[in-house]
Write a protein that binds this ligand. Structure first.
Ligand code: NAD
Length: 231
């Protein structure tokens, strides 16, 4: 199977490439095969991060929505009929109906980033019908692990505690679903294997399903740094 991955130097993309290349080498498949034929595209390239999108909405619209539409049109031109793309748990916005269901109505979006991901989902279902393509969305929750993005909660919290920087927010009332990167990569691999049995257009939650209160998360960070957080 020939797979084209966008965003391969990013956090999730680099882990996915590592896994796919390792299994290719283990199975003695050639890595140098010349082709023009791609079986499936996995689209991970995006402007990520909620906070930065509030200050730079235009960048997110261009990078996440415009480029995604171009990619789908490119798939159509090159007759690539299978596309998996990264959406986000941010599409649940202010929804507090845990655990989040893929069938939830998404009318509580609270950042430009979330709106671009919802827009990607809407374009996906429209183009899937129009072009008769299989387009599957993966709603990632907060991933963590080696090479994680420095703007993500685990790294920001550890750094803030270490540098004795005040942490804001209400740790009592916020909960988060953290997912270890290896578990996500396993799930993407399973999705790839099963994709012929999946509907033409769908979206799946990619979370651990074990959300924890921010307070508990803060305690774990404090234990690891060996210091009390300034809240
Ligand atoms: N990491 C998470 O917890 C998380 C959670 C929810 C959703 N997601 C989504 O998963 C995907 C991957 O996230 P990540 O954490 O690996 O992010 P990342 O920022 O580490 O990786 C994204 C990569 O895409 C590249 N990129 C961005 N725009 C591009 C463009 N126009 N052309 C080519 N490359 C471009 C970036 O340079 C970067 O290398 C993103 O779509 C993100 O929105 C991630």
């Amino acid at each position: 199977m020939i797979i084209l991955i966008t965003g391969c130097s990013g956090f999730i993309g680099s882990h996915l490439c590592e896994k796919i290349l390792t299994s290719h080498i283990a199975n003695n498949h050639s890595l140098h095969k010349q082709c023009f034929v791609v079986d499936v595209v996995i689209h991970l390239a995006s402007s990520a991060g909620v906070r930065y999108s509030i200050e730079n909405p235009g960048l997110y619209i261009r990078n996440n929505v415009n480029k995604y539409v171009k990619l789908i049109q490119g798939c159509k031109s090159f007759e690539i009929n299978s596309l998996l793309y990264a959406s986000s748990s941010s599409v649940y916005g202010l929804n507090e109906d845990y655990p989040f269901s893929e069938d939830a109505i998404l009318n509580n979006l609270n950042s430009p980033y979330a709106i671009t991901k919802k827009c990607m989902e809407d374009f996906s279902s429209m183009y899937s019908r129009l072009y008769n393509m299989q387009i599957i969305g993966m709603r990632f929750f907060t991933e963590y692990g080696p090479r994680g993005r420095p703007d993500m909660a685990p790294y920001k919290f550890l750094k803030a505690i270490r540098d004795t920087i005040q942490l804001y927010g209400d740790p009592e009332h916020t909960i988060r679903d953290f997912t270890y990167i290896d578990d996500i990569i396993d799930e993407i691999s399973k999705l790839l294997e099963r994709r012929n049995k999946l509907p033409q257009c769908d979206v799946f939650n990619f979370g651990s399903g074990n959300p924890i209160q921010l307070n508990r998360f803060l305690n774990i960070c404090e234990e690891n740094v060996g210091k009390q957080a300034k809240t």
